[in-house]
Design a protein around this ligand. Structure first.
Ligand code: CA
Length: 227
């Protein structure tokens, strides 16, 4: 899941980015209102953490411009002042939640998870194959009850394979959907293969049923049975 953080205080921004990346989220950071608005209006994020006091456009201006454009990405506002007016304006303007600075990272994480869950009532947020389970909200992956630590890219790769469970996933598809490179190139193929190999080492431990299969000349399949 991709989170956009729009925050001009470098220290806070960096701490948030590191913390969320540790929780397996893909994080994009923006330090100005203009840049934040530009990124947010792409609509390609699952959640936006938006500071109110920003150089250029304020968080509230960004929020209202996004909602006018029918971009409904959940927004968690950060307010330094914590004044009633700010909160009311934010919530009236289409914010989904707010947090007053200074806040504990654990609280931010709890709010983010709640918003991500709430925003997708009909979407599948959990995948399972044999003893392998992935929870998209808590970002946890376990196999036979044992936690598997993945990098954000490995997480996305496994999520993609689990979504297409039992079907062949080509390197073109992975290049496009996981690496977001529309054109397949040989160097990227190598990168994909390296990531698949690392993922396989983590997911398929010795003695466990093999779940990630290579289909020669075609790509990969995740499933309980060999393709
Ligand atoms: Ca600020």
């Amino acid at each position: 899941m991709r989170i956009l953080i729009v925050e001009d205080e470098k220290k806070v921004a960096k701490a948030l980015k590191t913390g969320l990346e540790d929780e397996q989220f893909e994080v994009v950071l923006s330090e100005t209102g203009e840049d934040g608005y530009f990124l947010a209006s792409s609509g390609s994020f699952d959640l936006i953490v938006l500071d109110i006091m920003l150089p250029g456009r304020s968080g509230l201006e960004i929020l209202s411009a996004l909602r006018k454009q029918q971009i409904g990405t959940p927004v968690l506002l950060l307010t330094a002042r914590g004044t009633v007016e700010d909160r009311v304006r934010g919530l009236d303007g289409g914010a989904d939640d707010y947090l007053t600075k200074p806040f504990a990272f654990a609280e931010l994480l709890a709010r983010i998870r709640m918003l991500l869950r709430r925003g997708r009532p009909n979407e599948i947020l959990r995948f399972k194959c044999d003893g392998l389970e992935m929870d998209l909200v808590t970002r946890k992956v376990v196999r036979d009850g044992v936690r598997i630590e993945l990098t954000p890219r490995e997480f996305e790769l496994l999520e993609f394979l689990l979504r297409q469970q039992g079907q062949i996933v080509s390197r073109e598809m992975l290049a496009c959907d996981v690496w977001r490179e529309p054109h397949r190139v040989v160097t990227l193929d190598n990168v994909i293969d390296v990531h698949i190999a690392r993922l396989r080492q983590k997911v398929d431990q010795p003695g466990q049923l093999k779940l990630i299969h290579t289909v020669r000349g075609a790509g990969f399949v995740l499933g309980e049975t060999e393709p």
